[in-house]
Design a protein around this ligand. Structure first.
Ligand code: FAD
Ligand code: NDP
Length: 485
């Protein structure tokens, strides 16, 4: 049993959505030649009544039940009626989902009032572009093979094997498999599958988190990890009236990007919102009640933190395993050139899974875990596939951002070199920032509370590697240095 496509995008996340948009804009394929394969599903109904799903009525549910069941049982070699019924049941408990903007899951999706729900945040609204619903893919003649996990890949034969036993062949493959959340078990801590322990990578995780929050109002949450997930989820928990303790091993939050001074500001702000920080330590185990729910988190120093729920954000691993031993790897991802092409010329990799050369950093290979990079690398790969002679090597300026409470920051470039800070670090509606300077040139810029023009100016000084002749003068000028350049 098999199907053949000219172009296959493996993965149905952010990068897949933007790749689809670029294909549609350039029109370099015919109906039925392009497909997106995604294993991603969402729990039926979502976190709130009538919530996450696009399917709300019983009629829709029944149609979905039979449609999913029929598709699965057709492709699955099942011998008995019992196996068929079992597969029908599996297909019923999860809904399939077209690519969406993952950043919404730790922001609008977790709001207590008027939370964001699909179809509002399908790709590519995040870049103020079109909203690509399943209807859009149908209209564009792009096949969505959803709720389908690829379990092996043969790059030499140009085939993918799905968990339902189907072989899908391609002429050109774009790998957009993203990443998975690291589990505590990988650090030797067991029991993180408890009903009130939440990770956050996909819609199912987000629904579990929303449900946990709704039964925890006024209670205690422990957030493990002081990175992006930890910071954004802690803010969401507080907004949902839950008391939060954050636990992480570093000296300060966002240890890989923030300076101590920047981190101090956010930690003080969070403290005023009621968050407690337990830094420089890790958890060692959980205490659970007779139903298996966690009741407290036990730390290395022996302290017990009461917990009605736990959120874990301790980093990710790129989903490379299907291609290990077949494609060159670097920096924990699949190595590509400036055209996003892997060591096999028929295979491209984009988004979180791709390790690509950054021209601005003299071609240094980086794997970025951010949405702007996923969007741009995906579009670049499609351009390179459809118009190779017209497509130059990718020239990407790394860009990260976050929004928590009423705060909002952006960062451009690389946080290497000497740092100078500027602006007002004391206000509740702050405007402060930092420049990183190496070999007399700006390498990175951070700003909290800027406007569109400010951020544009910062991105330009980083992109141009603007020369800095006098560090005290840069400090004195602060944001004005970028704006007047
Ligand atoms: P993903 O979006 O992870 O998509 C990968 C897809 O591949 C998934 O659908 C997955 O199910 C599918 N897949 C994987 N393996 C298989 C397989 N074997 N078979 C079939 N399908 C498969 N970045 C920012 O810059 N700003 C933010 O504010 C921000 N917020 C975030 C909030 C959250 C909660 C998370 C989890 C991430 C956030 N990010 C943010 C990071 C950003 O979302 C990622 O960088 C981006 O999603 C990467 O896109 P991708 O397409 O490479 O991977
Ligand atoms: P991060 O890499 O941002 O942070 C992980 C944090 O967990 C670090 O503070 C890390 O410390 C800490 N940590 C590692 N191991 C342990 C442990 N055993 N116990 C306690 N803490 C530990 O990953 P996240 O999980 O926060 O985010 C996952 C992905 O989602 C990332 O790719 C991120 O880019 C993306 N994301 C991006 C957002 C944005 O850009 N605004 C928002 C939300 C998610 P150490 O550094 O010492 O290892």
């Amino acid at each position: 049993m098999g199907r053949a496509f000219v172009y296959v995008v493996l993965g149905g996340g952010v990068a897949a959505g933007y790749a689809a948009l670029e294909f549609a804009r350039r029109g370099g394929y015919s109906r039925g030649e392009l497909c997106i394969i995604s294993e991603e599903a969402m729990s039926k109904g979502g976190g709130k009544p009538g919530g996450a799903g696009e399917l709300k009525t019983n009629r829709d549910d029944m149609l979905l039940f039979f449609a999913c069941g029929t598709i699965i049982t057709q492709f699955m070699p099942c011998d008995s009626i019992i196996e068929r019924v079992f597969l029908l049941m599996i297909s019923f408990v999860s809904c399939q989902v077209a690519p969406y903007e993952r950043p919404a899951l730790s922001k609008g999706y977790l709001l207590p009032e008027d939370p964001s729900r699909l179809p509002k945040f399908h790709t590519c609204v995040g870049a103020n572009d079109e909203l690509l619903t399943t209807k859009w893919y149908k209209e564009q003649g792009i096949e969505l093979v959803l709720g389908t996990r690829v379990i092996s890949a043969d790059v030499r034969r140009k085939t993918l094997l799905t968990a339902t036993g189907e072989t899908i062949s391609y002429k050109t493959l774009i790998i957009a498999t993203g990443a998975r959340a690291l589990k505590l078990e990988e650090f030797g801590i067991s029991g993180s599958d408890a009903a009130n322990i939440c990770y956050l990578r996909n819609l199912e995780d987000a629904d579990k988190l929303v449900n946990a929050m709704s039964s925890c109002s006024g209670g205690n949450a422990v957030v493990i990890g002081g990175g992006y997930i930890g910071m954004e989820c802690a803010a969401a928990l507080v907004t949902n009236k839950i008391k939060v303790t954050m636990v992480f091993p570093e000296k300060h939050c966002m240890g890989r990007l923030f300076t101590e001074k920047i981190a101090d500001y956010y930690e003080s702000y969070y403290t005023l919102k009621g968050v407690t920080f337990t830094k420089g330590t890790v958890l060692t185990s959980f205490e659970k009640d007779s139903t298996g729910k966690v009741t407290s988190v036990i730390l290395r120093d022996g302290n017990h933190l009461p917990a009605d729920m736990v959120v874990v954000g301790i980093g990710i691993r790129a989903n490379t395993s299907l291609f290990e031993g077949q494609l060159l790897m670097e920096k924990g991802g699949i190595k590509v050139n400036g055209q996003m092409q892997t060591s096999d010329s028929s295979v491209y990799a984009v988004g979180d899974v791709a390790a690509f050369p950054i021209k601005l950093f003299d071609g240094d290979i980086r794997r970025l875990e951010h949405v702007d990079s996923a969007r741009r690398t995906a579009r670049h790969a499609v351009a390179a596939i459809l118009e190779p002679s017209k497509t130059r090597d990718v020239d990407y300026l790394p860009f990260f951002y976050s929004r928590v409470f009423t705060l909002s920051w952006q960062f451009y470039g690389d946080n290497v070199g000497e740092v100078i800070h500027y602006g007002d670090f004391t206000s509740n509606s702050p405007r402060f920032g930092a420049y990183w300077v190496s070999k007399g040139q700006i390498t990175g810029a951070f700003l909290e509370g800027g406007n569109r023009d400010d951020y544009e100016a910062l991105s330009m000084v980083v992109r141009r590697k603007t020369k800095v002749l006098d560090m005290p003068e840069l400090e004195r000028q602060g944001l004005a240095f970028a704006i007047q350049e």
